[in-house]
Design a protein around this ligand. Sequence first.
Ligand SMILES: *Cc1c(COP(=O)(O)O)cnc(C)c1O
Length: 244
Amino acid sequence: MTDRKDELAANLAKVEDRIAAACAAAGRPREEVTLIVVTKTYPASDVRVLSELGVRHVAENRDQDAAPKAAACSDLPLAWHFVGQLQTNKVRSVVGYADLVQSVDRSKLVTALSKEAVRQERELGCLIQVALDAGEPAAGGGARGERGGVAPGGIEELADLVAKAPGLRLDGLMTVAPLTGEYAGRQQAAFERLMDLSTDLRRAHPAANMVSAGMSADLEEAVAAGATHVRVGTAVLGVRPRLG
Ligand SMILES: *Cc1c(COP(=O)(O)O)cnc(C)c1O
């Protein structure tokens, strides 16, 4: 094996141990939690190695970075998740390779994704991104705006819109642990709130059972709260060379 393959294999094994331990602690079967490796800023060669090591779900947050990478890896049996803030002018490109968009947070985006999914004859999975610090002043000069998400009160309307949009499939909810507001520093409470919102959502949309929460630093809290998908970047690939 190459050095990089050894390194990624060792990191994946550590993350797998953490997920397994968190599942055991929560009394949950390991199969309930799917690992999504966030490959943003890392090259297509790493995605290829991850695929060889058995990874089946990868995530990206910027179309400029993701589109060429997905094209270079189109022969691999991977599901591509888009997890970043998505501008409508990038929708055509993203629908070309993404299997799921986890960052659906406004009706204009739903309309654009639907139109494009129909045009490309694709079915696109959608998660509503929930902002648990909505209404808080943006920290660090605009962090709120960069992170995206709809306030809990806006989930129902957006979910109904996705559910009836041609080409789209409503799969569930996603969140990023807030840096500000009542949940700052309280990841598990934030993820438990997301679970409650998921329970509400599933009353009207029983199939929308994905709960995407938890990253390298807080995957244990997410698994404890009931997350079905964790999105892990740094702990698998290393500290990112630049902000992404
Ligand atoms: C980058 C990113 C992750 C992964 O974060 P790490 O701390 O590197 O594990 C997860 N979710 C989203 C939305 C991201 O942008």
